[in-house]
Design a protein around this ligand. Structure first.
Ligand SMILES: [Zn+2]
Length: 240
């Protein structure tokens, strides 16, 4: 039926538009989200290492201060040593100085340990930075591709909508209204090509009498099972 031809193309366009909309509204935003989360994770890793470094440094500075105050005390006690007048007080002071020196030596060991850790953390940080750079580069490329794809799909959709508008205005209004009505209640699919005598959407066999009417092409024939408008697809010319 000649009047169905624009509707067949409209059906094709509607399905393509639906796929494009799914990509634009769901698949691409989800992929972009993944890309952005991946980048954030890489940056978080660097921040965590930096935080660790800062904490280590702070601890080292604190110990440094403590060592300085111990040194002050040792200095003061050494001077006091000269002023004490009893042997007992002298020995007690000497013992105190020894303990302070012992404590100082322990703290110095701790500082050494922290310095070694800092070196390790610096190495870790450089590694995290390299990894983050790699991830960021990879994701930036992916993001660029996704945004490019989005642009292309938007352009394609615009073209398809224009084509659809022209087809809709040239179509028989009664048939177009029927198309819209069926499509809106049948998952967006109003037309069904007959394939080997079967409705290709619901797979119901088309009665011979209806097949005859279809071949005559004088009126709209609908599937008795799924209500879609049936048509006999044209044999595709081999292309190329
Ligand atoms: Zn059917």
């Amino acid at each position: 039926m000649e009047e169905l031809k624009p509707l067949i193309r409209i059906q094709e366009i509607d399905l393509v538009i639906k796929r494009i909309e799914l990509k634009l509204n769901k698949e691409i935003p989800e992929s972009l989200q993944e890309v952005r989360e991946g980048r954030e994770k890489a940056e978080l890793l660097i921040r965590q290492v930096e935080e660790k470094f800062k904490e280590n440094l702070k601890k080292r500075m604190e110990i440094d201060l403590e060592i300085k105050s111990i040194e002050e005390r040792i200095k003061k006690h050494s001077q006091d040593l000269l002023k004490v007048n009893s042997n007992e007080a002298y020995r007690a002071m000497l013992k105190e100085i020894e303990e302070e020196k012992e404590r100082k030596s322990q703290l110095e060991d701790q500082i050494l340990e922290l310095l070694i850790q800092e070196e390790e953390i610096q190495k870790e940080k450089r590694k995290a930075q390299q990894e983050a750079e790699r991830i960021k580069k990879e994701f930036s490329e992916k993001e660029k591709m996704l945004l490019q794809n989005k642009e292309e799909l938007l352009r394609r959709m615009e073209d398809l909508k224009k084509e659809r508008e022209e087809l809709a205005s040239s179509a028989n209004p009664r048939i177009y209204r029927l198309y819209i009505q069926i499509a809106s209640t049948h998952g967006g699919i109003a037309l069904s090509p007959v394939n080997d005598g079967f409705c290709s959407v619901c797979q119901m066999k088309v009665r011979p009498q209806l097949m005859e009417e279809l071949r005559k092409g004088e009126k709209i024939v609908r599937c008795e099972n799924c209500s879609r408008i049936l048509y006999i697809p044209e044999i595709q010319e081999p292309s190329g």
